[in-house]
Design a protein around this ligand. Structure first.
Ligand SMILES: Nc1nc2c(ncn2[C@@H]2O[C@H](COP(=O)(O)OP(=O)(O)O)[C@@H](O)[C@H]2O)c(=O)[nH]1
Ligand SMILES: [Mg+2]
Length: 374
């Protein structure tokens, strides 16, 4: 087997020797890697001293920290094998996972580890996992790669893809999506496979600041390579069509809500029922009937058959929808009360804020709770 293993290392004195012991032991048995290259990217701790004591690895080292992307390019440039496997210094995906990549060697140019395909394999904090997913959502939104997890540090690729890797320019974390974008554009075959992921956040080099920096790198890359082209806009509509249908149905039923209300006040006979403590008048009846028609019935049906295409009869769907309506109503009421009473905002501003809150989760609540596939 001809695979060069490349590990970028920046201030890894705590993790690198354990990692290399594991890798060397594994490789002694399996003979998968023809060389192990560690790139010491200007570490300020004892990383280099530790590396120097480990036999049978190749070390590339320089004094100034340049970023993971540049470090990997330095390693890839020196690699001699047909295939390259890049691997994080913390082995958050255990080295044995390489076995899952190998069957795809002959059919694909690039096989990438993914934390987006099988949640059961992922052991890291919820907050990291969610930020990661959100980051990947943004990357997919802008670059349309169709890849669930572009940022996983474990990737295997061939010589052809290696040449593209060497042409990437982003020095920091964005090199992954730059590389995948370029090879996809050139028609290379990419396979994403689920890998185990065990990570302790306390050691992570990825600070919150790096998330914002990477986002900025993404925006610059998008502007340079895609931008607001007609094709980009069209792809947004087709990729997020469900969400746009949700917006259309929501707007339509709420406009109807007002119109039907006005119509009913006109056509209903005058009503006045005295309950002792409360008078029920025409507009109360009008608004209740209107709500039952537009929001409870029409909105439910349009979302079911058009927005979410849940065409078969599904018991429980309507019940869940009603639960959500009640939930949304009371939370909106709570939020409204909060802004009116505590922050003393005007009614209209408070109403708009409470609406925005509800709209922001309602799409996901409908998709994942009401009209869920399974
Ligand atoms: N070359 C280089 N590698 C880095 C830098 N920062 C982090 N890394 C390496 O990138 C890999 C992943 O880092 P890690 O802290 O585990 O990130 P996380 O798994 O995303 O939390 C490790 O191999 C680090 O040594 C850097 O500035 N330069
Ligand atoms: Mg890590």
């Amino acid at each position: 087997m001809q695979i060069s293993l490349i590990i970028p290392a920046y201030n890894e004195e705590k993790r690198i020797s354990e990692t290399l012991v594991k890798i060397l032991e594994f490789n002694k048995k399996e003979q998968i890697f023809s060389e192990i290259i560690v790139v010491n990217d200007g570490s300020k701790d004892a990383t280099l001293e530790i590396l120097n004591k480990i036999p049978s690895i190749r070390i590339i080292s320089y004094l100034i920290n340049k970023g993971k992307g540049e470090a990997l390019r330095q390693g890839v440039k020196k690699a001699k094998s047909e295939w390259i496997y890049i691997c994080d210094a913390d082995l958050s995906s255990p080295i044995e996972e390489i076995q899952k990549f190998l069957p795809y060697l002959n059919t694909y140019d690039c096989v990438i580890g993914s934390r987006g395909l099988d949640a059961k394999l992922e052991k890291r904090s919820k907050i990291r996992s969610l930020t990661g997913k959100f980051g990947n959502f943004l990357i997919d939104f802008f670059l349309d790669l169709g890849i669930k997890d572009t940022q996983c540090g474990f990737k295997l690729f061939n010589k052809k893809a290696k040449d593209v890797f060497l042409q990437t320019q982003i020095n920091s974390w964005g090199y992954d999506f730059e590389f995948l974008f370029q090879i996809k554009k050139q028609g290379f075959l990419i396979k994403e496979i689920p890998v185990a992921w065990i990570a302790e956040d306390t050691f992570s080099k990825v600070s919150w600041k790096s998330y914002f920096e990477t986002f900025w790198v993404l925006i610059k890359f998008w502007r340079k390579n895609i931008g607001f082209s007609k094709q980009f806009i069209l792809s947004i509509f087709s990729r997020y069509s469900e969400f746009f249908r949700y917006l259309i149905v929501g707007t339509l039923t709420n406009v109807l809500n007002i119109l039907v209300f006005l119509l009913l006040i006109k056509v209903l006979p005058a009503i006045e029922v005295n309950l002792g403590f409360f008078d029920i008048k025409t507009y109360h009846v009008a608004d209740t009937v209107n709500y039952l028609l537009t929001i409870v019935t029409l909105n439910f049906l349009l979302h079911k058959f058009w927005t979410f295409k849940s065409n078969k009869p599904k018991p429980g769907e309507f019940g869940r929808y009603l639960v959500l309506l009640v939930f949304n109503h009371f939370t909106a009421l709570g939020i409204l009360t909060f802004f009116v009473e505590i922050t003393k905002l005007s009614f209209i501003v408070s109403k708009v804020i409470s609406l925005l809150f509800v709209i922001s989760w309602n799409f996901f609540a409908l998709k994942l709770f009401v009209y869920r596939k399974r």
